[in-house]
Design a protein around this ligand. Structure first.
Ligand code: PGA
Length: 249
């Protein structure tokens, strides 16, 4: 049985190590028995090492990375450093980084390629804004983000990428995309991958949905929407609700 992938993106939370440890422990002690899901926790960088010491079935991911190996890049974190801390996944191109830090498709592409070289699975995020949607530009915007993000990535590597469709208007808004609408996008993503690579590859890749996922709606994205997993922000900070979400898939 293929496991549903649940990625917890803690973003810039909680505010200290003690709270991070409590949050992780609460979730880990219950989730060690969950068989249907693979849970990946992506805490802020400073908490990676405390969580690394206690991994069980839960995997560790980072929220960003830099594409160079080492050198004069103040403030950046390399993939070797993340690997050393036990990261198996890395979120790349989250809309908050695109929005607040001017991260471009070109940077996203470099980061994805660098992660693939280091054998850390990239979670490639993309999505349209409310304005794009209202102007009927969703598919054009997504096509551009996908094509640019996947530039010069070969067939054997594209299968290792986890695709995360996250409409900006659904993130943190409490108003998720409907599973039907999300499924249309999922099929559109597969079409782009088929055109660029092949149908078997499009059938193999993992596509996740993210944006206001909670314990009541998670099942609809997995079952009606046919997504292979979800990316969870806000709810991943509430242990009881997050455990319920994982159990409800
Ligand atoms: P949300 O965030 O679950 O709080 O909407 C999702 C995300 O930004 O990855």
């Amino acid at each position: 049985m293929k496991k549903t992938l649940i990625i917890a993106n803690w973003k810039m939370n909680p505010s200290n190590t003690t709270q991070a440890k409590v949050l992780f422990d609460e979730v880990a002690k219950v989730l060690k028995d969950v068989k249907k899901a693979k849970v990946v926790i992506c805490p802020p960088f400073p908490y990676l090492s405390i969580i690394n010491n206690q991994l069980s079935l839960i995997k560790l991911g980072a929220q960003d990375c830099f594409w160079e190996e080492s050198g004069s890049f103040t403030g950046e974190i390399s993939l070797s450093m993340l690997k050393d801390l036990g990261c198996k996944y890395v979120i790349i191109g989250h809309s908050e980084r695109r929005q607040f830090l001017n991260e471009t498709d070109r940077m996203v592409n470099k980061k994805i390629k660098a992660a693939l070289i280091k054998n850390i699975r990239p979670i490639f995020c993309f999505g349209e804004s409310k304005k794009d949607k209202d102007q009927g530009k969703t598919q054009n915007v997504l096509k551009k983000q996908l094509e640019n993000g996947l530039r010069k990535i070969i067939k054997s590597d594209v299968k290792k990428i986890i695709f995360a469709y996250e409409p900006l208007w659904a993130i943190g808004s409490g108003k998720p995309c409907s599973p039907e609408e999300a499924n249309v996008i999922r099929l559109f993503i597969k079409k782009i991958i088929t055109q660029k690579y092949s149908r078997p590859i499009a059938n193999e890749i993992k596509i996740l949905y993210g944006g206001s996922v909670n314990s009541s709606n998670v099942k609809s994205f997995i079952q009606q929407g046919s997504f292979q997993g979800v990316l969870v922000g806000g709810v991943s900070l509430k242990p009881k609700e997050f455990i319920k979400l994982v159990k409800n898939i």
